[in-house]
Write a protein that binds this ligand. Structure first.
Ligand SMILES: [Fe+2]
Length: 470
């Protein structure tokens, strides 16, 4: 039997188009639409292997639910990085934690024109009607949701050449907000706003000497929240590309975590405060209550989680994967005082989802769905799905022997009376069968409703979204 980690961090076997996947169980009638997912499809090229979970070359997956049946297709995101890997059998662009093998000549050339990957592998968004694969530090690539073929490059901040954009834009009605980090002689964080058929607008700008690695940001009805972990980089080392992207960042806990709060209507910095050092990838919800700004994150004491995703370490299986904690922060955006925080649920989680469409910026939200690590076992990767109840601190768990689930996208029942009336959709790698299945869970009691079996394994992915129409 091939180990799950060998399969899930290997290469995808084929690009498939399947009209109907074998299905066990019965899908609820209201589950109609398309789940689009992004993630790696290739870790091994002929000459060189990628080293980190965030390095794999992008592959799109599409599950369409119609009339109680599920169809499936998968396709590599067409981009230069993938073409070079396929045609030449080599890594030609810098990924998150892997650089190409440079000759001395290449290295000199690279100093003047660092070639970041165009393999946008991390997330998917529908931005003003266009479907876009989102990458970091790469470009954003528009694709056709019917055929999964690439259409072209999508950019937030066309004036800035050397920048990083988060893969977690916030949406409010038809307006898109995102955070970019510009690296240069003067570096800065830039909150950008995109309205339909308008050029990108700068909302706020914050000058910074050593920018932090920031994967997401918070947005409440009135504020934008920039949480700057003390995992920072000298911008020159990004510009001169001394090492793979993430290896230029250094943990400087003595700086603490700085929190910047901007009024998102007029762009002004209304508060800047500092708290204990911590690291996070994901902001959850943010909202305002009784004059307080409250925001939740999945936090870690330090950025060891990034090291824990090097494939050598995962495959060695001798170290546990750190689990993130759902932590709630509170501050007064217009008054004095710093920030306080408390852990809401201590189950170790990552890739958190909630009912964003209905409850974004709404403090009544209660449930978060994530992947997690079974503490009773010594696993170096995620092996369970967790439903965290932020009100009671308790958790429900789904797990199955030798199974490794991905991000559990939440889909609410359109007639729901309760927040957790819906389903979670997660692609699960089944080690024993050497394949994957799409699991449909009842979000309320976490019982299995259905599973659709894919005739080959799907590599361990990152994010995706469900769309009623594409
Ligand atoms: Fe993410």
């Amino acid at each position: 039997m091939r180990k799950a980690y060998e399969i899930g961090f290997g290469n995808s076997e084929q690009e498939l188009v399947i009209d109907q996947l074998p299905l066990s169980g019965t899908l609820p009638e209201w589950v109609q639409g398309t789940l689009l997912r992004n993630g790696p499809g290739m870790f091994n090229t002929g000459e060189q292997n990628l080293r980190h979970w965030f390095d794999g070359l992008a592959m799109l997956h599409k599950f369409t639910f119609r009339g109680g049946k599920v169809s499936y297709a998968n396709k590599f995101l067409e981009c230069n990085a993938y073409e070079e890997a396929k045609e030449e059998g080599k890594i030609a662009y810098s990924e998150f934690a892997t650089d190409p093998c440079y000759t001395l000549f290449d290295r000199v050339k690279e100093v003047f024109n660092p070639g970041f990957t165009d393999s946008a592998k991390v997330n998917i968004a529908k931005l003003h009607g266009q479907f876009v694969a989102l990458g970091e530090p790469s470009l954003q690539v528009e694709f056709d949701p019917e055929t999964l073929e690439s259409v072209g490059v999508f950019a937030y901040d066309t004036k800035v050449k050397r920048h990083v954009t988060t893969v977690h834009p916030h949406l409010e009605d038809d307006t898109i907000f995102n955070l970019t980090t510009r690296f240069g002689r003067v570096s800065n964080y830039r909150f950008m706003k995109l309205e339909r058929e308008q050029p990108p607008q700068l909302v706020s700008k914050q000058r910074v000497k050593e920018p932090a690695y920031i994967h997401s940001f918070g947005m409440s009805p009135n504020y934008l929240i920039l949480t700057e972990y003390p995992f920072v980089v000298n911008p020159l080392s990004i510009l001169f590309h001394a090492k793979p992207f993430i290896e230029n960042y250094k943990w400087k806990p003595e700086r603490g975590t700085r929190i910047f709060i901007f009024n998102r209507h007029n762009g002004k910095l209304v508060k800047q405060t500092v708290t204990d050092p911590f690291f996070a990838f994901h902001h959850l919800n943010a909202f305002e209550q009784n004059g307080e700004l409250i925001f939740d994150l999945v936090t870690y004491p330090d950025p060891e989680i990034i090291d824990a995703f090097y494939l050598d370490r995962i495959k060695a299986d001798d170290k546990k994967l750190p689990g993130g904690e759902i932590r709630r922060f509170r501050l007064n955006p217009n008054g004095k005082g710093g920030v306080t925080s408390e852990i809401l649920c201590d189950e170790g989680v990552e890739l958190p989802r909630f009912d964003y469409d209905s409850l974004n910026m709404d403090g009544s939200y209660r449930y978060v769905y994530s992947i997690g690590v079974n503490r009773e076992k010594k696993n170096s990767f995620y092996d369970q799905i967790v439903k965290s109840d932020l009100k009671t601190g308790k958790a429900k768990i789904w797990k199955e022997e030798n199974c490794f689930p991905g991000e559990p996208v939440f889909l609410p029942n359109p007639d729901a009376k309760r927040e957790d009336d819906g389903v979670n959709l997660s692609i699960v790698l089944d080690e024993a069968n050497g394949s994957s299945f799409l699991l449909v869970l009842n979000s309320s009691d976490f019982s299995e409703i259905a599973r659709a079996t894919i005739p080959q394994p799907v590599l361990f992915g990152y994010h995706g979204n469900f769309y009623k129409t594409i």
